[in-house]
Design a protein around this ligand. Structure first.
Ligand code: NAD
Ligand code: 89Y
Length: 379
């Protein structure tokens, strides 16, 4: 009891210190921008591969941000991205980027192996950072990343975009209305046969694949909808013999609220309609149920009344089906980062918050290996 109390006090104090640091950053930026908040924040994108294209398109839709440089260790990729998006400068070395540019933020869109060194570099230069998921290959690296940003007092957001998807935001609105009453059950399901390896060939080589790459988003949604997790059981399978890791995983979680949830995922599902990248959600509360089904139909049942609406994401001018739901969520994640930066607020998917999601990923692997329930670790 005493230890729990001390942990809560420490978390509140840490949160207040971080909020102060973020406010200081917002003020410093105003100073750097000559007090003129109308001038955009100057940013750079590091990593010019498959997914970065979506980031650059989305940045172009945010008037308060201007991408002044791109960087990739593959100089050809950096130059191609520079030319395609009319970015002023391209770099093949992140040290050079930070040495030569006056940046207000950096957006890291490399794969996880380079995240630690790049976030630490950004922290040494005092540059606020948004970094793609998964945060890093190991818990130690994740902790080091979060600590580096905290020690430097720079805001750090993890680009955890699933909770910024239009249908997920609609579900959050239903929950916030209180119409369902306290939740006792949730199911979050993503089952697909989409060839993810075509655009992201590195995924076929990961010994830890679907939970770390995709399940991380679903586990994050479970936290958002149902709160923190006490423990979980997970079973993994590898159906596709040509890949190194698991491509199917089924997880049962017990939440601190008393609710239970099932989070299931597959990249080995052959079915009549290929839904990629739709995520199906069902949440049951004392007073009603909300369900996100095929084609982004949201059905809620409360007090005997059934309401059905479409919560389909918009097709942004630069987006293409079936990726448009994720592409739209990239815009909203970046928008949230800039709004938080301007307001001196902590982004909701801060490094500290993302550690709690990452801990569920590790607990899932550990549970699958041990065949027993596992409690997620804390910092
Ligand atoms: P990719 O391999 O296509 O691109 C990564 C790029 O980073 C490459 O061009 C590589 O040369 C460059 N790079 C690596 N180390 C670097 C360094 N130290 N400095 C500069 N450049 C470096 O990868 P991708 O498919 O674009 O994925 C990037 C990240 O985005 C991954 O973490 C992935 O999980 C994530 N992702 C997220 C979503 C989502 O919806 N959130 C979807 C797809 C990918
Ligand atoms: O990398 C993954 C992600 O974050 O969303 C879908 C994906 O591109 C493939 O699983």
């Amino acid at each position: 009891m005493v230890i729990k109390g001390l942990v809560i006090i420490a978390a509140v104090v840490l949160d207040q210190v971080q909020q102060r640091m973020h406010r200081r950053f917002a003020l410093q930026m105003r100073g750097r921008l000559g007090g003129d908040m109308a001038k955009p924040f100057r940013g750079a994108v590091i990593g010019c591969g498959f997914f970065a294209r979506n980031h650059l398109h989305a940045w172009r839709e945010i008037p308060e941000a201007e991408i002044v440089a791109v960087c990739d260790i593959d100089a050809g990729r950096a130059e191609a991205m520079r030319a395609d998006f009319a970015v002023p400068r391209a770099y093949a070395d992140a040290d050079m980027l930070f040495a030569q540019e006056q940046l207000d933020f950096v957006d890291i869109v490399t794969t996880m192996a380079s995240h630690r060194s790049l976030v630490e570099l950004a922290a040494r230069h005092g540059v606020p950072t948004i970094v793609q998921k998964p945060l890093a290959p190991s818990w130690e690296d994740c902790l080091a990343i979060v600590r580096a940003a905290e020690a430097a007092g720079v805001p750090l957001m993890v680009h955890e975009n699933f909770r910024f998807q239009a249908p997920m935001r609609a579900i959050r609105d239903v929950l916030a209305s209180g119409r369902l009453g306290p939740l006792h059950f949730g199911r979050i399901s993503f089952r697909s046969g989409h060839d993810v390896y075509a655009n992201q060939p590195y995924l076929a080589r990961e010994e830890r694949f679907i939970i770390l790459d995709l399940g991380i988003h679903l586990l994050d949604l479970a936290r958002v909808f149902l709160g923190e997790v006490v423990n979980l059981d997970c079973v993994t399978q590898r159906v596709n013999a040509a890949i190194a890791g698991e491509d199917v995983a089924t997880t049962l979680m017990r939440h601190a609220s008393g609710a239970t949830s099932l989070v299931d995922m597959s990249y080995a599902t052959r079915q009549a309609r290929e839904p990629f990248p739709e995520t199906f959600v069902r949440l049951e509360g004392r007073d009603g149920t909300v369900e996100l089904g095929d084609d982004y139909r949201l059905t809620s049942v409360t007090g005997g009344r059934v309401e059905e609406t479409s919560v389909a994401p918009p097709l942004r001018p630069w987006a293409a089906r079936p990726w448009h739901a994720l592409q739209d969520s990239v815009y909203h994640a970046e928008r949230h980062f800039i709004d938080a930066l301007a307001a001196g607020r902590m982004p909701e998917t801060s490094g500290a918050d993302n550690l709690k999601t990452y801990a569920l990923v590790l607990a899932a692997y550990e549970s699958a290996a041990r065949g027993a329930p596992v409690a997620p670790r804390g910092r």
